[in-house]
Design a protein around this ligand. Structure first.
Ligand SMILES: [Mg+2]
Ligand SMILES: [Zn+2]
Length: 224
């Protein structure tokens, strides 16, 4: 298939697919990944692009998912834009930095979608209640349309309970990772008696191992 590049569309960046694995990427299955605290270290609202670092296991994790035929789609709240801490340009620079590092080691994502909004932001252009800030489902629904995904075969991996809530709202499975805010989020969700994630994993690599191990069973309708 052709590379899906839609530049200049606010909040959406598609990485072109390479020829060698484009065929595999026709899958209706995707793993949605949160960014900060899941794919990369949570560095708060850092303004310096070099402060942002992928976790070392991000590269093997993404390679394994793509090899297994999953699309990899990053969905991230970047309210730092609305809060005036940094610009959308910084967000894009961080994504290009990550994409370059992934490609250097033979890994890539299919797309990254971000929400720059916040209802109490200080930058008027971004201050709004939107349908794309997780746990709202707007960005997952957009990815679902653009990649013709079957959300029942998809998994959302994140370090916040809002990622799990989003997974369950769209009928996907949710895996909570204990990196980033994961430990406090897991403790809080247990205290509050919130519906549990489908799985809790030490980090993204362990989450991917679980997805690959149980994915085929889930396709056959097994309860997880
Ligand atoms: Mg996070
Ligand atoms: Zn938004």
């Amino acid at each position: 298939m052709n590379a899906r590049v839609e530049e200049g569309e606010r909040g959406i960046e598609h990485a072109p697919l390479r020829g060698d694995d484009a065929g595999r990427s026709e899958s209706a299955r995707a793993v949605f990944l949160d960014r900060d605290g899941t794919l990369s270290e949570d560095v708060g609202y850092a303004r310096d692009v070099t402060a942002y670092r992928l976790f070392p296991w991000a590269i093997p994790a993404l390679r394994a998912l793509r090899q297994a035929g999953y699309r990899v789609i990053v969905i991230t709240n970047q309210s730092g834009v609305a809060r005036g801490y940094f610009t959308e340009e910084l967000v894009r620079q961080v994504h290009h930095r990550f994409e370059n590092e992934l490609r250097r080691y033979g890994a890539q994502w299919d797309a990254v979608y971000y929400c720059p909004h916040h209802p109490e932001g200080v930058v008027a252009a971004y201050r709004r209640v939107c349908s794309c800030r997780k746990p709202a489902t707007g960005l997952v629904e957009r990815a679902q349309r653009e990649f013709a995904l079957d959300l029942r075969q998809c998994v959302f991996v994140g370090d916040k309970y809002s990622d799990i809530q989003l997974a369950h709202r769209v009928g996907a499975r949710g895996v909570l990772v204990l990196t980033g805010h994961g430990r406090e989020e897991w403790a809080r969700s247990q205290r509050e008696g919130w519906p549990p994630p489908n799985h809790v994993a030490e980090n993204l690599w362990e989450a991917v191992r679980w997805i690959l191990h149980y994915g085929s069973e889930a396709e056959r309708g097994a309860t997880l």
